[in-house]
Structure formats: structure tokens, C-alpha cells
Write a protein that binds this ligand. Structure first.
Ligand SMILES: *Cc1c(COP(=O)(O)O)cnc(C)c1O
Length: 381
């Protein structure tokens, strides 16, 4: 066998009741934060923990990021912010990317959350709320520099510059935008958005500027401005396809072998019998399926599991709760000792799984299911 560590790392939990085990390496997340923070020099490195820290559990991840030095967090929704507030220091800043929906402004203040104001309606709502509270209230302003998703338009910025009173009571802590093509460094849209951010910010109240998420950080210092907002890179996803991934993997997913059998030439496997054996094969059925976020298309494009150095191809269609693999190449003596195989691990990254399924690592990570037994690994006390 190989000297790659086998599942489970932590022999203290065998989780016989779960179909799969997800290990989340908190030390790797902290190391990734430190790497990004070091790489961005004087720019403040915030941490994006929306979607429950990309599916990994914001209640465990955020405190670890805080320990590593993060004091500014981003979530997408108010509800996410309210939940996160319980798990970080009172001094931590939490920005809510989607901003206040009508009638929710008081919730932001109550839970000490900072809205990102994306539209003139949100600006007006926050200004009115500040008026009611009788003191200036902090917020970020987002400007749309070309992605056409969130943020004030050029016309909106012109209107605000002409009537600064529209921003009365708003303490602008950040002017931000978001890159559409940061994962393709050669794309001219990157520089265009960067220049637009500068031009639009020049017509707004002076405030720190922010543009880059994970991939943008790797476009270089010209894209760092005063604050960066990595999410995916904290969790180990590759910033782009142009260079080796400098980040540490943070998850390992082991699926339980539920049953093994030998099949003969001509036997079919799975729904539709789309895969047929051309000779005798030893196969194993795993307790993980598409209901666990293991996308059906993951069987195409070379999808496989690993056991140490043994590559175990996925056979036929992935079912809701199970996946079948070919274990013919593994000696019986090894298999007899094996309870789990790696779906994500040292030989197969989240990005590899995504490539097989025709999607991106973000989707694989955030889809990882709630049925897994989860274990958080850390050496820190
Ligand atoms: C999700 C998001 C981020 C983080 O993006 P990554 O690519 O995961 O680093 C940063 N900023 C905004 C506005 C986002 O929506």
C-alpha cells in the first residue's frame, strides 16, 4: 500500500451509522488565511463565510479565522449575519452582501451587522434608518463596475455626487465592487473593472476600497486596494487554472463501503445498466449519492474514488444514496481491512471532482451534504 494516510485519520470516530465522513481541517483553513493575508501586504484580509462557510460550518470556521487574524467577515444574507454574530468577537465586523431588504434595517443595528448598500433604494432605506436612530450608521457602498449583478450604477453614483445629502447619516466604511473574470488573469475586463472602481470611488465619500475575492488576489497588488474578500481560497480551491494551487486542501471525504460483490462479463451496473462488465470484476457499493451533493454527472469524465494509490473508477450512474466503484485492482487482503474510500482526498481534490462533473469547485463544496458524519481536525488547543 501507499504511505498516504488512510481513513479515518482520527480512529476515535468510526461513525458506523453514516454513509460517509467529512473531515474538515481547521488548521489548513487557518494556514490558507495566513497565506492570503501575507500575500496581500497592507491590505486588510477579510474572510467570506457565506453559505455556512461554503458548506464547512461557519460556527467552527469563523472562530478559527479570527484566531488567524481575521476581524472582518462577509456573509450574503441578514439571517447568516445574525447567526454568525454569535460565533465571533463583539469587535468583529460582519458585512452583509445583499444589504437590507425593506423593513429589515433595525435588525442590522440590533445584531451589529453592516449592510452593503447595492441600490439607491437600499441607500435611501439606510439613510432613513440612520435618521430615526439619530446618529450616523456604518455601511459599505457597492458599485457595479461591469458585472451587472450588484451595486450602484454609474448614473446612481452621478446622482449621489450631485446630491451628497442622499448619503446623510451613512458612515461609508468601504466602497467595493466585484470582478467577473478574475479566474482568467489575461481577461481585459479585470483591468477595466479596476479602473472603473477608482473612477467611481473618486465621486463618492472617501473610504477604503475593495475589489478582489480569491482569484482577484492572485492578479497582483494592483487589485488588492485596502481590503480583500477571499472565500474559496480559504477553503483550498484553486484561484485559477494558470498556476499550481498554492493553498492547502481543507476537506477529505470518505465514503463507506456498504457491500462488495463479483460480477461477470455482460453484467450491468446501476440505473439504466449504462455500464457493463467485459470480464469478471470486483465491485463495491458506497453509501454516498447525489442526495449528498455527489453530482450524478460525477460518474462521467473519469470520476473515481481512491484507496491510497489505487484508483477506483465509478461505474454507471450515481444513485441518490449510493455509488458503485470498481475495486478489481485492490488486493483482497487490503479490501478486507477497508471500511472507507476517498471521494475527496490526497489524490483527488474538490476541483478534480468538479472537473469530472462539469462544474466548479465552489458548487461541489457548497453542495456537500448534511448526511455526512463531520469531524473537525485541529492541532491547536
Ligand atoms: C462570494 C463573494 C466573495 C468571495 O468569493 P471567492 O471567489 O469565493 O473568494 C467575495 N465578494 C463577493 C461580493 C462575493 O459575492
Amino acid at each position: 500500500m501507499s504511505d498516504l494516510p488512510s481513513f479515518p485519520h482520527d480512529t476515535g470516530w468510526a461513525a458506523p451509522g453514516a454513509g460517509a465522513m467529512l473531515e474538515i481541517d481547521l488548521d489548513a483553513i487557518a494556514a490558507n488565511y495566513r497565506l492570503l493575508n501575507a500575500r496581500t501586504g497592507n491590505s486588510l484580509c477579510a474572510a467570506v463565510v457565506k453559505a455556512d462557510a461554503y458548506g464547512l460550518g461557519a460556527h467552527r470556521v469563523a472562530p478559527v479565522l479570527e484566531q488567524a487574524g481575521a476581524n472582518t467577515f462577509f456573509v450574503a444574507h441578514l439571517e447568516e449575519g445574525i447567526r454568525l454574530r454569535q460565533h465571533v468577537a463583539p469587535t468583529a465586523r460582519i458585512f452583509v452582501l445583499h444589504g437590507p431588504m425593506p423593513g429589515t434595517q433595525a435588525e442590522f443595528t440590533r445584531h451589529d451587522l453592516l449592510p452593503v448598500l447595492n441600490s439607491m433604494e437600499q441607500v435611501a432605506g439606510w439613510r432613513a434608518h440612520a435618521g430615526q436612530m439619530g446618529n450616523p450608521l456604518p455601511a459599505a457602498l457597492q458599485v457595479d463596475t461591469g458585472m451587472s449583478r450588484f451595486g450602484l450604477s454609474d448614473g446612481d453614483v452621478t446622482a449621489l455626487a450631485a446630491s451628497p445629502d442622499l448619503l446623510d447619516g451613512i458612515d461609508t466604511q468601504l466602497v467595493m465592487s466585484h470582478l467577473a473574470c478574475a479566474d482568467t488573469p489575461a481577461n481585459p475586463a479585470n483591468a477595466m473593472q479596476r479602473d472603473r472602481l477608482r473612477a467611481m470611488a473618486a465621486r463618492l465619500p472617501a473610504a477604503p476600497l475593495a475589489l478582489s475575492a480569491s482569484s482577484g488576489i492572485f492578479l497582483g497588488p494592483d487589485y488588492h486596494f485596502d481590503l480583500v474578500r477571499p472565500g474559496a481560497a480559504l477553503y483550498g480551491l484553486a484561484p485559477n487554472d494558470d498556476a499550481p494551487n498554492p493553498l492547502r486542501p481543507t476537506v477529505r471525504l470518505g465514503a463507506r463501503i456498504v457491500q462488495r460483490r463479483t460480477i461477470n462479463a455482460g453484467d450491468g451496473v446501476g440505473y439504466g445498466l449504462t455500464w457493463r462488465a467485459t470480464g469478471p470484476r470486483r465491485i463495491a457499493t458506497l453509501g454516498i449519492g447525489y442526495a449528498d451533493g455527489f453530482l450524478r454527472r460525477g460518474a462521467d469524465g473519469g470520476g473515481c474514488a481512491w484507496l491510497g494509490d489505487y484508483r477506483l473508477p465509478i461505474l454507471g450512474r450515481i444513485s441518490m444514496d449510493s455509488t458503485t466503484i470498481d475495486v478489481t485492482g485492490v488486493p483482497e487482503g487490503v479490501l478486507a481491512q477497508t471500511t472507507h474510500v476517498d471521494m475527496i482526498g490526497p489524490r483527488r481534490s474538490v476541483d478534480d471532482v468538479a472537473r469530472s462533473a462539469g462544474t466548479i469547485g465552489y458548487e461541489v463544496l457548497t453542495a456537500l451534504g448534511s448526511r455526512f458524519h463531520r469531524a473537525y481536525l485541529t492541532q491547536a488547543a
